[in-house]
Design a protein around this ligand. Structure first.
Ligand SMILES: [Zn+2]
Length: 369
């Protein structure tokens, strides 16, 4: 693993067992004393030990939907340990939390004020320490992305965007995903697939992202079923990791209403809803809502085998044993009523192929309830 497999926005290392080389990569990125950000479950599985970083400061208190308060605790740890960089090990949550910790090192105003829907990327002007991301699931694409999502103090789940938030390197080791439970492989895989679909549907012109998204989608919809049949299959695990990376690279073209509907529901701490599970659930109805994007919908259809994309994803949810109704997840009418305004004002609405109002949000939520 001497050279990155690919180097577009950042260096992408891709190798079976590559996680064990993580510590040796750090001098290349100027990191001498990192803070390792992960969750308790992964730490207990011994993944921090496998990276060779267990002697450094570790913050392992990341929740399913990361919050500003845990980011502040991690920042305190970063400062008291005299750290000069970050290593995030985990799914999208530890990686996003590490991005926010890096942001807060020099950006000391109210965290929410740096969000996309507030002052936005223009306010992120200071230095951000280097971050190396080690994804343990194939899904969020956060390891190659410039965005981070976190629930801020006032309860909103907000997106933050800046090239400074991009990890300097992603260490993609498909072996880490082999021990993922079936349900997590399916849910995180649907997140990766939804990034590819929404990037294709985004009206912004970016033919590079279109190519990446098409390839990611083709790999993802093929491998996500196969990997369920044969969790050890190297080819299918690799394709799922590439689907995540390609989706993450492609979604700089913007996402859409699937993500706009998911984000507000992620803020209910008591429900602990998984981002990928929600995206998979919303995908069929949102594809019907966005039927006006005829050319792009044909591209999605071609990638899934020439059939109607909405029906394809409905069948896929059943095949993967993923929920298709919000009520199965404990979501009620009152949850969706308080989420519709947030969905309609989410930053992802700007790149949906069709205008999206609060009334549309409520209708779509109810159709999925
Ligand atoms: Zn996502």
């Amino acid at each position: 693993m001497n050279l990155p497999a690919a180097s577009y926005l950042n260096d992408i290392y891709f190798d079976w067992g590559g996680v064990t080389q993580t510590a040796s990569l750090l001098p290349r990125y100027g990191i001498q004393n990192p803070l390792v950000v992960t969750d308790r479950h992964l730490k207990a599985l011994g993944i921090v030990d496998r990276t060779g970083l267990s002697d450094y400061a570790v913050f392992d208190d990341v929740e399913t939907n990361p919050s500003e308060s845990s980011a502040r605790e991690a920042l305190e740890r970063y400062r008291t340990s005299g750290c000069d960089g970050l290593i995030a090990i985990g799914g999208g949550s530890p990686i996003d939390l590490a991005k926010i910790v890096g942001l807060m090192v020099e950006h000391t105003d109210l965290l929410a004020s740096y969000a996309i829907v507030e002052r936005g990327p223009a306010a992120i002007t200071g230095d951000v320490p280097p971050l190396v991301a080690v994804p343990t699931t194939a899904g969020s694409g956060s390891e190659v992305g410039r965005a981070a999502l976190i629930t801020v103090r006032d309860g909103r789940k907000l997106g933050f965007l800046s090239p400074k938030l991009l990890p300097v390197a992603a260490v993609c080791d498909p072996e880490l995903t082999v021990s993922c439970p079936d349900s997590l492989t399916a849910a995180t895989g649907m997140d990766a697939i939804s990034h590819c679909v929404e990037a294709i549907l985004s009206p912004r012109a970016n033919p590079v992202a279109d190519v990446l998204a098409r390839d990611g989608l083709t790999r993802g919809v093929r491998a996500i079923r196969q990997v369920r049949e044969n969790p050890q299959s190297r080819r299918d695990r690799e394709d799922m990791v590439w689907c995540s990376v390609l989706g993450g690279l492609a979604f700089q073209k913007g996402l859409g209403v699937v993500h706009a509907l998911s984000h507000p529901l992620g803020r209910f701490e008591g429900l602990r809803l998984h981002h990928g599970t929600l995206n998979g659930l919303f995908l069929p109805e949102v594809l019907r809502f966005n039927a006006n994007a005829k050319i792009e919908m044909k591209t999605v259809s071609n990638a899934v085998g020439g059939v109607d994309p909405a029906s394809f994803f409905e069948d896929l949810l059943v095949a993967l044993n993923l929920p298709s109704r919000l009520s199965d997840l404990g979501v009620t009418e009152s949850h969706i009523q308080s989420s519709a305004t947030l969905a309609a004002t989410d930053h992802c609405v700007a790149t949906n192929p069709r205008p999206f109002s609060e009334v549309d949000a409520l209708n779509l939520y109810r159709r999925c309830l």
